[in-house]
Design a protein around this ligand. Structure first.
Ligand code: C2E
Ligand code: MG
Ligand code: MG
Ligand code: MG
Length: 278
């Protein structure tokens, strides 16, 4: 009984530590924007036929003054729960549009959207403002949303998707295959692009079933006139398999790691999006 009690106390203490750590991150997140602790990295997306860079995905980074870099997988869920995503997400949107407008290139800029941000009826207004302030043409902006957003049939979400379409802003369905993938989503809204999640790409060259699933998704997307991007491509074999399967674009460490705004600007100015390297 004594041991059980001790274990319980230990467990409780650990729980408290975890709760405290989360609470501290939340408090720190509340000042991070004002303190300029966020920045964006950009990861190029490459067309598998031409080898050209067709777009870049903006990836949020938080440099904590004491803890150092905190990965988005750790702080975004906390920011979402604490209601901080509208502000942080809007900052990322404006920052990405502003930086991309300065590139000597017409590649697209893809910005990740949290469900909370996308369900906000002010989003279309914020997008219009971000485009106007930066001078970025709407056609160069692409918003990445996940299946979880579509889980609840929400009127605001559908209205926003259609409003983006009217503006000329692209919509990509991110991490496809990891959520509650439903074919009815693909019927309800004409996405511009489906991003095949990296968990599938990782296994495609060793697991025949996985390859079949990817092939089906690519064929389906093609039939629905949607592009496909393979995520997390790390090897030439994965790149080749995606190309043979008819995937239009790919993104991953095999091509480029996420890089700073300065690095991507230089890369594009050097004409990397004009090279034929496939
Ligand atoms: P995501 O949108 O699926 O982004 C792709 C993630 O895969 C990025 O992780 C990227 O660095 C990583 N990645 C790219 N190529 C490779 C590869 O070849 N191998 C491996 N192992 N990983 C690769 P990151 O930057 O840590 O971002 C994680 C997630 O955080 C993103 O997943 C996205 O859901 C979220 N996120 C990032 N920035 C934002 C943002 O501004 N707003 C919101 N709401 N979410 C964001
Ligand atoms: Mg993404
Ligand atoms: Mg993804
Ligand atoms: Mg992912």
């Amino acid at each position: 009984k004594a041991a059980g009690r001790a274990t319980f106390c230990f467990f409780k203490a650990e729980m408290n530590l975890e709760v405290q750590a989360r609470r501290q991150i939340e408090l720190d997140l509340r000042v991070a924007l004002a303190e300029g602790e966020f920045h964006l990295l950009y990861q190029p997306q490459v067309n598998l036929t031409s080898g050209r860079i067709t777009g870049c995905e903006a990836l949020l980074r938080w440099n904590h003054p004491v803890r150092g870099p905190v990965p988005p997988s750790e702080f975004i869920p906390i920011a979402e729960e604490a209601g901080l995503i509208p502000a942080i997400g809007d900052w990322a949107l404006r920052r990405a549009c502003h930086e991309a407008a300065g590139w000597r290139s017409d590649v697209k800029i893809a910005v990740n959207m949290s469900p909370a941000q996308f369900k906000n009826p002010n989003l279309p207004h914020n997008v219009v403002l971000a485009l106007a302030a930066s001078g970025l043409p709407a056609e160069r902006l692409e918003l990445e949303i996940t299946e979880s957003l579509l889980l609840q049939d929400n009127d605001t979400t559908m209205a926003t998707l259609h409003r983006m379409r009217e503006l000329g802003v692209g919509i990509a369905l991110d991490d496809f295959g990891t959520g509650y993938s439903s074919l009815s989503y693909l019927r309800r809204f004409p996405f511009d692009k489906i991003k095949i999640d990296q968990t599938f790409v990782r296994e495609m060259t060793t697991d025949a079933d996985c390859m079949s699933i990817i092939q089906s998704v690519i064929d389906l997307a093609h039939t629905l006139r949607m592009k496909t991007t393979g995520e997390g491509v790390e090897t030439m074999q994965q790149k080749d398999s995606l190309q043979v399967a008819g995937c239009t674009d790919a993104q991953g460490f095999y091509f480029f790691r996420p890089m700073s705004g300065k690095q991507i600007a230089d890369l594009l100015a050097a004409g990397a999006n004009r090279e034929t390297a496939a």
